[in-house]
Write a protein that binds this ligand. Structure first.
Ligand code: BTN
Length: 327
């Protein structure tokens, strides 16, 4: 670790308290002048650090700059997030993570970007990813699951992200099958999982879990059409969450939820938050549009639907929307 990284990690560990220049200098084994120079250099990179003559340095609450050095001290994981790559701008973090698949980066490698120029959503859609506004990250996992478990990765990631957001802002977060998170009836997060099959095709070799959370006020960075459907945590709660803290909260829970796929125990948490259940919905399955009552989530994270004819369907993928909310 270099001086700047160590300095950031120490400030992150100080829980918002001031740390004196002398204490930092001793810890890092450098002069106080070297600490001061590192602070100035970090500020030039966009980190927001308060300095008070008699107290020392402290990471400002409004620091909105992403950094692996600020995320790592908050992790409680064994593997997820133990390698983190942070970029200012990429086309899509999923693209970068998928390039890393072939370079044998370890299970749990995370790619994060401040903005994406070609953020991807499901079904060929784009995902608006303006600078400073969201947490755009992709996690490379090497689960060696049997293929039947693949759809459950997205569902487990939805639980992790929903719980992380809720724990930080206190407002309820719902999951709309299969992978959208909602707050006050509007979308705040989408998840796109892309998988690579093993050679013998029955085993999931590698999967990239792409998570996009709208964190800060979106204002005019979303167009009118998007604003009807999507919102941000800050727009809904007034809380400007720290993206580094949110990232660590998601990763900590992701490791736990991924570990609960094999015995399917994560499904109870998923079902508690799922918002289509009990309502009339429309679902696009391939080119077909069907209407039915969503009865719940089955053991494979499929949506159970009762059609008007009484026929039951278990949907493994597709796009579903509420058409009438049960009173
Ligand atoms: C959806 O809403 O349909 C899924 C959106 C997924 C967006 C995330 S942001 C990080 C990762 N990189 C991408 O290009 N997409 C995912």
């Amino acid at each position: 670790m270099n001086v700047k990284s160590e300095l950031l990690a120490n400030l992150a560990n100080a829980d918002g308290e001031f740390v004196s220049g002398a204490a930092l200098a001793e810890k890092l084994g450098v002069s106080r002048n070297a600490v001061w120079k590192a602070v100035k250099s970090l500020e030039a990179e966009g980190f927001s650090i308060s300095s008070v003559t008699s107290k020392g340095y402290r990471l400002s609450d409004d620091n909105n700059r992403l950094s692996a050095d600020l995320i790592t001290p908050l992790l409680k994981t064994k593997e997820i997030g133990r390698t983190i790559k942070v970029f200012d701008e990429v086309d899509s973090t999923n693209n970068i993570a998928r390039e890393l698949e072939t370079e044998k980066y370890p299970n749990g490698t995370v790619v994060i970007a401040d903005r994406q120029t070609a953020g991807r959503g499901r079904i060929g859609r784009s995902f608006a990813s303006p600078s400073g506004k969201g947490l755009y990250m992709s996690i490379l996992v090497r689960p060696h699951f049997n293929l039947e478990y693949a759809p459950m990765i997205t569902a487990a990631a939805s639980c992790a992200a929903a719980e992380a957001v809720e724990s930080l802002c206190g407002s309820p977060v719902m999951i709309k099958w299969v992978n959208d998170l909602y707050m006050n009836g509007k979308k705040i997060c989408g998840i796109l999982t892309e998988a690579s099959l093993g050679l013998e095709m029955r085993v999931l070799d590698c999967a990239t879990i792409g998570i996009g959370i709208n964190v800060r006020r979106v204002g005019d960075s979303f167009d009118e059409e998007l604003l009807k459907r999507a919102t941000s945590i800050e727009d809904e709660t007034g809380m400007a969450l720290n993206r580094n803290v949110l990232c660590a909260e998601v990763l900590n829970r992701l490791e736990e939820y991924l570990g609960r796929i094999a015995d399917r125990s994560f499904l109870s948490a998923y079902r508690e938050r799922e918002m289509l259940t009990g309502n009339m919905i429309t679902a696009n399955v391939g080119r077909e549009k069907i209407v039915g009552e969503a009865l719940g989530i089955d053991e494979n994270a499929n949506l159970i639907l009762r059609l008007p004819t009484g026929e039951m369907k278990h949907l493994s993928s597709g796009e579903a929307n509420l058409c009438r909310i049960r009173q």
